[in-house]
Structure formats: structure tokens, C-alpha cells
Design a protein around this ligand. Sequence first.
Ligand SMILES: O=C(O)CCC(=O)C(=O)O
Ligand SMILES: [Fe+2]
Length: 196
Amino acid sequence: MDDISSKDYVVIDRFLRDELYTEIKSFFLGKLPNFKEAGIGAHSDNQIDNKIRGDFTYWLDRQRDTELETYWSLLDETIHLFNRYCYLSISGFEFHLAHYPSGGHYDKHLDQFENRNNRMISMVIYLNDDWKQEDGGELEIFEKDRTSFLVEPFAARCVMFKSAEVPHAVLEARKSRFSLTGWLLYQPSSVGKLIV
Ligand SMILES: O=C(O)CCC(=O)C(=O)O
Ligand SMILES: [Fe+2]
């Protein structure tokens, strides 16, 4: 909590305990046939451009995806901590599963859209067993002084950062790269399901 207040980001290893990791990973693998190519922008602006990003996603829904209830409860707790100790007013979230196939990447960007600014905290949890340095796919985080550093997408590692303030990119992955990615919202998105 202190890190995200002072540095705008935090990396937490073993964010998921083994049992929850296994639950989420097997849920992820079961949904892989249903993933769709991700676009950029919100609502009607949404367009697919695999020069900018090359991932496939599956949007989650707490009511439907009850197999993830342990994870949803963990999120409730996380949101409670943010609101209490970082004085944020988070009142909702949106999460998807993401798959970057080999060769996939995401250019430098902020997690905000021109016509929507309710994403406060971005939260990425990696689901890659045995990830090696030569597999690429690092998350590059750009700091205020324009230097950057790389975060490897290791199993059960969680990265959180301020959505509107921290530019970031996903470097080309050299094998399938899995994550559970989401955003803690200032207000729940008002207009149905977003496709991003
Ligand atoms: O998977 C990651 O490391 C980051 C993904 C990302 O930046 C996004 O989906 O907006
Ligand atoms: Fe992003």
C-alpha cells in the first residue's frame, strides 16, 4: 500500500497461495477456446490492431464465474485495503483473462480511454509456470524520470499500478503468456460490458 502511494506501482510475489493459483489456472485453461482477439479503446471506438496489441481475452463476470469466488473475495479485501489505507474510492472492478500467444506484445500505453476515466488501479496477476528469461514477455514499467524497468511474468506474481499515471508495455512473448488482468474502478462502468 505504501509503495503504490509513493511510487505509483507495486510488485508482489506469491500474491496467490498455491491452492488459489491452481484454481485460477485451471479455470483459465478451460476457457482458452472462448478467448477473443482484444481491441483498443472503449465501446464504439473499439478496434482490433495487432500492431499495437496481440492478446486474446475473456471477460469475467462475478455472477456467472462463481468458480472464482475465492478470488472475488480476495479482491473485495484488496479493495477494502485500498479504500482504507490509500483513501481511494474504489467501488467496482472489471477483469479479464489474457493470453498473449507467441509473438504477442502490447505497445506502450496508459490504461485509460479518451472517453472514460474511471480505471484507478491496474492489477495484473501472472499465470505462467516455469517462465524463463528467454521467454520474453516482460511488463515494462516507465517511471516519471522516463527510465524503465522490466517485470517478468512469473507464476502468482501480482503487479499493481495507477492506471492513469504509469505508462507500460508488454514486450514480445516467445511462448504463450497467461494473465488475469483487471482494473479497480472509481465507479462501475455504466454501460454494459466493455470490450477492450
Ligand atoms: O499483461 C501485462 O503485463 C499488462 C497488460 C496490459 O497492459 C493491459 O492489458 O492493459
Ligand atoms: Fe495496460
